[in-house]
Design a protein around this ligand. Structure first.
Ligand code: GLU
Length: 303
């Protein structure tokens, strides 16, 4: 495993809606970790699924980050412009026998927890539209890594299934795009919500196959709504504030949500002042993992 000479972090929102309080906390966590390490912090817009991304939402997100004082380094990257890089990565995987075309529909394998790999030796129904799947059973197994908050992790990617890398409709899937972009952008540290923790084994498998070094991982607890649901666009998480006094209040709450115990006087201070304090005092160990071993996410099955 190659080590990185410098810290480079990133925030990688999917522009399916404006940022909400939960995504602000994820952005803030990755920003603070990067700045506290004297590192760079990049923003990448993960707009590979146009039907899910209303036009203009990317701009809204970038304005929101700026309003909260979360200024990024370098140029923003849009995944919608990166198709050639994903195609060449898919070809490299194909040459290694690590991806295969699959004609199965989700309906055909309902009742199974994960896709059972029926098309591994060739598409079951040649001539039908195909998705490209990862051979999760080949390559490095199990995948183990130390999460900086949740501790030692160990998964057999084969138990997670042969995830889709390119969809039947020709769109790129998250797992491949995120690995190629993190690799090409030399991201050393991935800080994101714990709902992506069990996606990490596929990503490490892909990094290894494509020759990218494996970054360090820090998964952050999710912000829950009072009824115990993950805050999300779907359950109408509270919108982010847009006027200065409310922004200052919400930023303070976000720092508190990361268990950094900001002093009360900081409440309502200008974002730059709050962030300067939070960078200087950032301690990952303060963040309380909601559970020792989180209850994990959907496996982003895309078809
Ligand atoms: N784009 C993904 C999301 O908004 C996050 C990707 C990542 O941080 O790896 O859920």
């Amino acid at each position: 495993m190659t080590t990185f000479s410098r810290y480079r972090g990133r925030f990688a929102p999917t522009p399916s809606g404006p940022l909400h309080f939960g995504s602000l906390v994820a952005a803030l966590g990755s920003y603070l970790d990067a700045r506290a390490a004297g590192g760079q912090w990049l923003v990448r817009i993960e707009d590979i699924d146009p039907p899910r991304c209303p036009p203009g939402t990317d701009t809204t997100i970038l304005r929101q980050l700026e309003a909260f004082g979360l200024h990024w380094d370098g140029a923003v990257v849009w995944q919608s412009a990166r198709g050639d890089a994903y195609q060449s990565a898919l070809e490299r995987l194909r040459e290694q026998g690590l991806t295969y075309p699959c004609s199965c529909s989700r309906k055909q394998w309902q009742g199974h927890d994960v896709y059972p790999g029926w098309c591994r030796d060739g598409p079951g129904e040649p001539g039908k539209p195909i998705a490209w799947r990862l051979r999760s059973d080949l390559g490095q197994r199990p995948i183990a890594w130390p999460d900086r908050l949740f501790g030692e992790q160990r998964f057999d990617p084969a138990d997670l299934g042969d995830v889709v890398l390119k969809r039947k409709d020709g769109l790129w899937a998250y797992q491949l795009a995120v690995v190629v972009d993190d690799g090409d952008q030399h991201i050393s540290d991935i800080v994101r919500g714990v709902d992506l923790l069990d996606n990490t084994p596929w990503q490490v498998q892909l990094q290894t196959a494509l020759g990218y070094p494996v970054p360090r991982y820090l998964h952050l607890p999710l912000v829950m709504s009072p009824d115990g649901q993950k805050l999300s666009k779907q359950n109408l998480a509270p919108a982010l504030a847009s006027e200065p006094a409310a922004i200052a209040r919400q930023l303070f709450q976000a720092i508190e949500t990361l268990d950094q115990a900001p002093p009360a006087e900081l409440d309502g201070a200008a974002p730059a002042e709050q962030l300067a304090w939070a960078v200087a005092h950032w301690r990952v160990e303060r963040v309380t993992p909601a559970a020792e071993r989180p209850i994990l996410s959907a496996h982003r099955e895309e078809n």
